[in-house]
Write a protein that binds this ligand. Structure first.
Ligand SMILES: [Zn+2]
Length: 694
């Protein structure tokens, strides 16, 4: 393979004292020197960073001295600092401000970074030292966090296959290779299948109900594909957004069937791919010493076992399906009142639900947005809540360099006035920014290296014309509180070791602090402090505020049931034992939904097995439940606050001390139960979804 002409032949060449990554940043909090970093600086620093860490790891593995906690675990924690500096800045710019040059570097470095990680976790000599300490950890009198580090790092090695003999490592490599080919084939196949299953018509009447702009877009999509008439492309979910507006029932039915069978059609049948993938994953788990792929995946999650996840889902299914059936009855009544003369089908649901929603809760966003000016929501809402709860204060720093001029930087001070963290926010949509919103860090808090946290939030809010205010939707406001919840998890961290810091926690816990923080967006004391009209300064009328809160409870039976059905499919596929035969996908899916009692005819799973990208190629295998699990946690946690006087500093400080500051430094179930006084329960989630009376 030849290297790209854009890039130097030897990538570490040109790395030296003049590189902005060469030494630790001298900026406050070791913030990245974005004023000095040029695009060409990243790749040499990443390459040099890997080379440096390789040497550091070799020195640990080859150490003639007997393994100790210090010369093995602490030494590993200290390794890789150059790589970390370079990657943190690189990830920020490739996510939020990328260009073809940086994308090229990303493509070149991704496989090298994966191989670099393997070279650490599959290093036999290193693992022998890790295991030696792990085996005698009880007799070493380590402090609890150090003992935790030993266990977490050891598990990481085990999960990667470090304990296997050479023959089995070879087998694992083969299984991983085949799986990664199938995952790739699934991703590409699904893209094609989804494209091919678009709905096409030459009859404009079939699209009655769509707006002129939507019909123009459909005509444009047809032109793009060089077909006549109109094309409605499919979204990734079973249900399609156009269903809320399409008046023609037959059109809805056809689009639904296209969606439902997209990956079963001739030339686009992905069922053989997933049947084999499920089998391969079960084999891989067995090789690694686990009864199923789910057991392997869940061991280092908060839920820990497939049984715990299944118990959780099975507890939610009866109330969710009961609520969905109630909603179905309301919709059937509406169909009958309009003399529809038919039984509700999945393709009718959204069309009629939208009519109910409009009648009951319609909220005009243009009425709401003037109350949500972006900087005001940030400073008088998001920051204000953090001030009330945790005593934090925020001062803008114009002197810390940024990766793009719209980015703002704040220094965060603790209640006692001491510097605590740096927080960047990059909120406006740009063409060279990934979609969605996220949080990440440049520097993770840890006492070992003496680092304070440097974190950032990115979103895609509409940028206003020059001189105009940036007005947010209520969804945007939620997003801002959500991402700031992740930022708090990073900023309030108080741990010794980088590996256990802040948001370095499993998937079924990481969304808990963020979703929990969303609750404060509508908390009266906070809401009244920020929801003021940007022109008049008047607070939002209470009827409008009440409408926003009420609308959040609409159609929740349906929306939770479709998620639970998808989660169940995920769990059933990934609890297959290693000796199971190749499954017939249709029979398996039908049986899985039936035996889980989540097979309502009118509420299909949000994703069907054959187009469930999350679980087959996007790393959410045996993990889709995490969305519902963290919802249980955040509602249950908020209920604790409600039971203890709501938003107070005392409550905030207690939550900070026992949960937000702890990172991954202790078992998460224990951490949660110690703070909550018991294990999490689903009651508050059912109440928040509107299934039970408040
Ligand atoms: Zn999140």
């Amino acid at each position: 393979m030849t290297t790209s002409p854009l890039l130097a032949q030897s990538h570490t060449e040109g790395f030296g004292p003049r590189s902005p990554f060469y030494a630790k940043s001298t900026l406050p909090f070791e913030a990245p020197p974005f004023d000095k970093i040029r695009d060409a600086d990243y790749q040499p620093a990443i390459e040099a960073g890997m080379a440096e860490q390789k040497k550091e790891i070799a020195a640990i593995a080859d150490n003639a001295a007997a393994p100790t906690f210090e010369n093995t675990f602490v030494a590993m924690e200290r390794s890789g600092q150059l790589l970390q500096r370079a990657m943190a800045a690189f990830n920020a710019v490739t996510g939020a401000n990328t260009n073809p040059y940086l994308q090229n570097v990303q493509t070149e470095e991704a496989p090298k970074l994966a191989a670099h990680s393997d070279s650490i976790y599959l290093n036999g000599k290193l693992f022998a030292r890790v295991k030696a300490i792990y085996d005698k950890r009880a007799s070493l009198h380590l402090d609890p966090e150090s003992q935790r580090l030993v266990e977490v790092v050891y598990d990481h090695f085990i999960h990667a296959g470090a304990a296997l003999n050479d023959a089995d490592k070879e087998k694992l490599k083969k299984l991983n290779e085949e799986a990664s080919k199938l995952e790739d084939a699934f991703t590409r196949g699904l893209l094609d299948a989804t494209k091919a299953a678009a709905y096409t018509t030459t009859d404009r009447g079939a699209l009655a109900g769509l707006s002129d702009a939507e019909i123009a877009a459909a005509a444009h999509a047809a032109e793009d594909r060089k077909v006549g008439g109109y094309v409605i492309p499919l979204q990734n979910t079973t249900q399609q957004p156009v269903f809320t507006d399409l008046r023609n029932r037959d059109t809805r039915k056809q689009i639904f069937n296209n969606s439902w069978t997209r990956s079963e059609r001739p030339d686009h049948d992905l069922r053989p791919v997933i049947a084999r993938l499920a089998q391969l994953r079960a084999e891989k788990a067995k090789l690694l010493g686990f009864p199923s792929f789910a057991a392997w995946t869940l061991e280092n999650q908060m839920a820990k076992t497939p049984d715990a996840v299944l118990r959780f889902l099975n507890e939610l299914i009866p109330p969710a399906t009961a609520k969905a059936q109630e909603e179905a009855k309301d919709i059937q009544a509406l169909i009958d009142a309009q003399h529809g003369g038919f039984q509700l089908q999945p393709w009718d649901w959204d069309f009629y639900a939208e009519q109910v929603r409009k009648a009951k809760y319609d909220i005009d966003e243009s009425q709401v947005k003037p109350y949500f000016e972006m900087n005001n929501v940030l400073e008088n809402g998001v920051f204000y809540a953090a001030h009330l709860l945790y005593g934090l204060s925020f001062t803008e720093r114009k002197d810390i360099p940024v990766w793009q001029p719209d980015v703002r930087v704040f220094e965060v001070h603790d209640a006692d006035g001491k510097p605590l963290a740096v927080f960047y926010c990059d909120y406006f949509k740009r063409d060279n920014k990934n979609g969605g919103a996220w949080m990440s860090s440049f520097v993770d808090q840890n006492r070992l290296l003496g680092n304070l946290p440097v974190v950032y939030n990115v979103a895609n809010f509409q940028k206003p014309a020059p001189g105009q205010p940036a007005l947010l939707t209520s969804d945007d406001v939620n997003t801002m509180f959500h991402e700031f919840g992740h930022a708090l998890h990073g900023m309030l961290s108080q741990v010794e070791y980088p590996t256990l810091s802040g948001t370095n926690v499993p998937r079924d816990f990481v969304e808990f602090p963020s979703q929990f923080n969303e609750h404060w967006a509508t908390y009266p004391e906070v809401f009244q402090h920020y929801a003021h009209h940007y022109k008049t300064g008047k607070p939002m009328p209470s009827e409008l505020a009440a409408k926003i809160r009420k609308a959040q409870k609409f159609n929740q039976g349906y929306s939770l049931t479709e998620l639970l059905a998808a989660s169940m499919l995920d769990m059933q596929w990934h609890t297959l034992p290693a000796n199971a035969s190749l499954q017939n996908v249709d029979d398996f899916e039908k049986a899985a939904l039936e035996k889980s009692h989540v097979d309502l005819a009118t509420v299909p799973p949000r994703y069907r097995s054959s187009y469930f990208l999350h679980i087959w190629a996007n790393g959410y295998a045996a993990g889709y439940y995490a969305y519902q699990w963290t919802e249980m946690l955040d509602d249950d946690a908020y209920q604790w606050f409600e039971e203890h006087g709501g938003l107070t500093r005392a409550n905030g400080d207690r939550f900070r001390r026992m949960v937000l500051s702890r990172g991954y430094s202790e078992d998460l179930s224990k951490m949660y139960a110690d703070w909550r006084g018991r294990a999490p329960e689903i009651g508050a989630m059912l109440k928040d979804r509107g299934f039970t009376n408040p």
